[in-house]
Structure formats: structure tokens, C-alpha cells
Design a protein around this ligand. Structure first.
Ligand SMILES: [Zn+2]
Length: 395
């Protein structure tokens, strides 16, 4: 990797500037001196590193110095697996901020380890990390500053541990996949640690069917767009309180239904403005789903309308009040509401843990023509597929 660096002549001219209060002359000079866009932005956003005098890569982080400090410590730890060591070291050398690093933590640094649940290929525990994670380099004491306060009001550092079955047989390919998921996709990271993926166009796909985008269920790889789909499904679950398709079997019929435009549906009403955003996320056409930054804008707009009374439109507030009334009427009378949480029965064939999704001959994904064209029912086998406009969408 070629290092991006300013020459010592340039540094000499700008080292005394206050990057947060640049005068217009200083700003012009910087535009003239620093032609590389990334270096220029890094200087304007974060200023120069106290140690190496190069532009920092985050508010309290310098990639060059971080890499140097980590490298000096490589001899002091090992996971016992050469591939894993190399993998962790690589993240430490490349990190542009504290969130991009991995650390090797010995098991005895955790306490109060408590079993939570079992997944398809791992077991989940919660625990307290006795030390806490690296926050920044402490130049005064010449060591890493450790943060114990990941969450405000927490004195210790709560973590979730995932114990991967077969982790002693972890493969380099598996680590490569984690690496790609660290920057792109997250939901796909749930297959056995010792399985090498095939190199075909259509690969073996692991996941929890209701959360997996239809194009992925058909065998394409996980992408940023398929993560947005998964986000939409999770958002709907969070809003309604019901896991998606919890009352039906998670089989070939459900996979076909999802390709035909079936999406979760609940009697529990959620505001239309929120539902509109969720519906965009689970569009059958992956390119029509909003990008992550657009999604943030859409959600922030709603949040701001709620927060800033008077200045913005009241539509979302009105909708929330309306659905609250409907939901209260619907669920206060029914037995499905027990105190603060909703209770429901889960179909014995609803699989909520990660597994190999191996469905053959699935149709090209389409959106349902309208909400009623695909009826959500307890028995998905009863879906009348002849009502769907299959002919026009299938080649
Ligand atoms: Zn530095």
C-alpha cells in the first residue's frame, strides 16, 4: 500500500495553522499546496498529527502512527493461529480510526460469561470485558488509552461473544469473507467457519430466510443492497414486535412467495410514513432500494419532524397517534397482548437461526402488484400464484 503523505516543505508552511479556524488566505494556500483531495480534506477536518505531523485520519487517530504502535506490539500476543494473527494485524495496520481495528483478547479477560442463545453455526453469550477497548494513543504516557465507557452509565464494558462451531478449523477464505463484510455486508457472515465457498457464480448461501433478499435466496452474493433489504425486514419487526413470517413454515413455498413479492404483514399498525421507507428497502429490484446515506436522511427527517414541534409538518405525529389508538383497541381486547410485550405462537417449521439456504428453481424476484395481490396467510401454500402477473415477469 502506497502511503499518502505531505512533503516536509508543505508541512513546514501549514504546521502552525488552526485547521478549525482557517483564514481565507490560509484556505487558499492549502488548496494550492495540497493537491491530493483526500489529504486536503483530512487536514481540513482533523488537522495534523502531533507525532508524525501528517494529516490525521480521524479526530483522535493517525493511521501512520497507529500502525507503528500496533506493529511494535505484534510480538506480545498471538491467537495461536497464524492466519488469524495475520488477519488481525492487517486491520491494525490499515485502520483509519478506532472502529476499524480488531484486537486479540484472551478468554480470561472476560468475566460473567452468560449463555444467551444458540445460532445456526455458533453459540451466543454475553460477558463483561474486564479491560475495555482501545480508544486512542496516549502520547503523554506512550501507551494506548483504553475506553471502558462504550455506553454511558456503564461502568464496565458489556460485550456479546459468539462462539463459532469448528473455529479451530477456521480457513483463510473464511477470514477473507469477514474482512469483506467489515466494509460491505454484515448479514451474510453466518456460515460454518470451516467451509470453503465455491467459486461458481451461484454460491451456497447461508442465512435466516425471512431476512435474506430474494436475489440472494436465488443464489447471488450478499451486497450492500441486500443488507438494505435485511434492514427493512428488521425495521418492520422492531416496529410491529413480530418476527417476520413467524407463523408459517420457512420452506420452498415461502422462498417462492418472497420472490413473488410476499413481505411481512402484521395486524399491528405502523405509521404509513415509516412503512413507506420500509417498503422501499424491501423492493424486489435491488437497485431501487435506498442507499444507506439516503436512508439515514429519510429517517432523520421523520425524527426531526417529531422533535421540532411547530416548525415542521405534523403528519408523522398525527399518524403515530392514529396507529396507537388502533393498536390499543386491537390488542387490549385480545389475549395476544400480555403486559408490555406481544405474545405469539411460532410455527415449528419457522427456522430462526442461520442455515444453508438451498432452494432450487426460484422465480425472478418481482414486487407484488398491490398489497392484496398476495395474501399473507397462515398457510402460504394457499397463495393463489395464478393471480400474480408471473407471465410478464418471467422469461
Ligand atoms: Zn501520526
Amino acid at each position: 500500500m502506497e502511503e499518502l503523505m505531505l512533503s516536509s516543505e508543505v508541512i513546514e508552511q501549514i504546521k502552525d495553522f488552526n485547521y478549525q479556524k482557517l483564514t481565507s488566505e490560509q484556505s487558499l494556500l492549502i488548496d494550492k499546496l495540497i493537491l491530493n483531495e483526500e489529504l486536503k480534506n483530512r487536514f481540513k477536518w482533523y488537522g495534523l498529527c502531533n507525532e508524525c505531523k501528517q494529516p490525521k485520519t480521524a479526530y483522535v487517530w493517525c493511521q501512520l502512527c497507529g500502525a507503528k504502535h500496533f506493529q511494535q506490539n505484534f510480538k506480545n500476543w498471538t491467537s495461536g493461529n497464524h492466519e488469524v494473527d495475520k488477519f488481525i494485524q492487517k486491520t491494525q495496520l490499515k485502520a483509519n480510526n478506532d472502529r476499524e481495528i480488531l484486537e486479540w483478547i484472551e478468554y480470561d479477560r472476560f468475566e460473567n460469561v452468560e449463555y444467551l442463545t444458540k445460532g445456526g453455526f455458533g453459540t451466543i453469550y454475553k460477558a463483561i470485558w474486564k479491560d475495555g477497548c482501545i480508544e486512542k494513543w496516549d502520547t503523554e504516557n506512550n501507551q494506548w488509552k483504553i475506553s471502558k465507557n462504550i455506553v454511558e452509565r456503564h461502568e464496565n464494558f458489556p460485550v456479546v461473544l459468539k462462539c463459532l462451531h469448528n473455529s479451530q478449523n477456521i480457513t483463510a477464505e473464511f477470514l477473507k469473507e469477514i474482512e469483506s463484510h467489515m466494509v460491505t455486508s454484515f448479514f451474510g457472515f453466518c456460515r460454518p467457519a470451516n467451509v470453503v465457498p465455491s467459486q461458481d457464480e451461484y454460491k451456497e448461501i447461508y442465512g435466516v430466510l425471512p431476512y435474506v433478499a430474494p436475489e440472494v435466496v436465488r443464489g447471488k452474493e450478499y451486497t450492500k443492497e441486500s443488507d438494505i433489504y435485511s434492514f427493512g425486514i428488521i425495521a418492520y419487526e422492531v416496529c410491529t414486535g413480530f418476527p417476520p413470517y413467524h407463523d408459517i413454515a420457512h420452506n420452498q413455498f415461502l422462498a417462492i412467495g418472497i420472490c413473488h413479492g410476499l413481505r411481512p404483514k402484521s395486524n399491528y399498525k405502523i405509521p404509513q410514513l415509516i412503512l413507506n421507507i420500509i417498503s422501499q428497502c424491501w423492493d424486489a429490484d435491488s437497485l431501487k432500494r435506498p442507499k444507506a446515506n439516503k436512508l439515514v436522511d429519510l429517517l432523520e427527517d421523520l425524527y426531526r419532524s417529531l422533535r421540532d414541534h411547530g416548525t415542521s409538518n405534523y403528519e408523522i405525529k398525527k399518524q403515530i397517534e392514529e396507529v396507537d389508538k388502533i393498536n390499543e383497541k386491537l390488542f387490549s381486547s385480545s389475549l395476544s397482548h400480555t403486559g408490555t410485550s406481544l405474545s405469539y405462537t411460532t410455527n415449528p417449521q419457522a427456522v430462526c437461526t442461520s442455515r444453508l439456504l438451498d432452494f432450487k428453481n426460484l422465480p425472478e424476484p418481482i414486487n407484488a402488484i398491490d398489497d392484496n395481490s398476495i395474501e399473507y396467510s397462515e398457510s402460504i401454500e394457499s397463495i393463489d400464484f395464478t393471480k400474480l402477473n408471473l407471465g410478464t415477469h418471467l422469461n
